[in-house]
Design a protein around this ligand. Structure first.
Ligand code: GRF
Length: 200
């Protein structure tokens, strides 16, 4: 059993997860990248790191369920137990939510429930708030709405630019996400719904 990361963009969180999982010899490795944006930088990172990847074009499917059924087939072939979203710019639909109930997590660059959705770093900076941060949460059918697992605050100081603040957010993500995923796969964090017997 192992972990699949889903990503659409740059993949810095994906890379950090892979590196930490190898450094610490995790019981369940990151063994698959699912990407829904052909040509995304994260695919290059996967190749360099030697992690198998699959690139999908969801628009070529009649609907989300058809796309997710293909993804699910691949996840089962790779014996994936956990889905870790890292900059995956798409809502998870019922096919994957049912198959992976309680086993999908996401990272979001704000202190949820503040600033959900796209461009959360900019939204917080422009509001402007004094403190924003990073949230890791279980995934449900909503946009950044599932049960919160962990949060860390990140201050916006007087001399921060959007870029320097974004950099602090990403550093916080790279430190928090591997810690949370490790605790999840080692049973220190319990999923919010019962896992089926075969998945325990
Ligand atoms: C991160 O800020 C993450 O919180 C958000 O999307 C961004 C992905 O960055 N969901 P990267 O692709 O991991 O560099």
């Amino acid at each position: 059993m192992s972990i699949a990361v889903f990503a659409s963009g740059s993949g810095s969180n994906f890379q950090t997860l892979v590196e930490r999982s190898r450094m610490e010899d995790w019981p369940e490795p990151v063994s698959l990248l699912i990407c829904d944006k052909p040509g995304a930088k994260v695919l290059e990172r996967a190749e360099k790191l030697g992690v198998p990847s699959a690139s999908f074009a969801p628009k070529e499917y009649p609907g989300k369920a058809d796309y997710e059924r293909d993804v699910l087939h691949l996840l089962r072939l790779h014996r994936i137990k956990w889905i870790v979203l890292a900059g995956y710019m798409r809502l998870i639909g019922p096919v994957l939510l049912e198959a992976y109930a309680g086993r999908i997590v996401n990272i979001h660059p704000s202190l949820l429930p503040a600033f959900p959705g796209k461009d959360a770093i900019r939204q917080a900076y422009e509001y402007p708030v004094k403190v924003s941060g990073v949230t890791v949460h279980f995934v449900d059918e909503g946009m950044d709405t599932g049960p919160i697992i962990a949060q860390v605050p990140v201050a916006i100081t007087e001399d921060d630019t959007l870029e320097s603040f974004a950099e602090k957010i990403h550093q916080a993500e790279h430190s928090l996400y591997p810690d949370v995923v490790y605790q999840l796969i080692t049973g220190k964090i319990r999923p919010p719904v019962p896992l089926s017997a075969s998945e325990k």
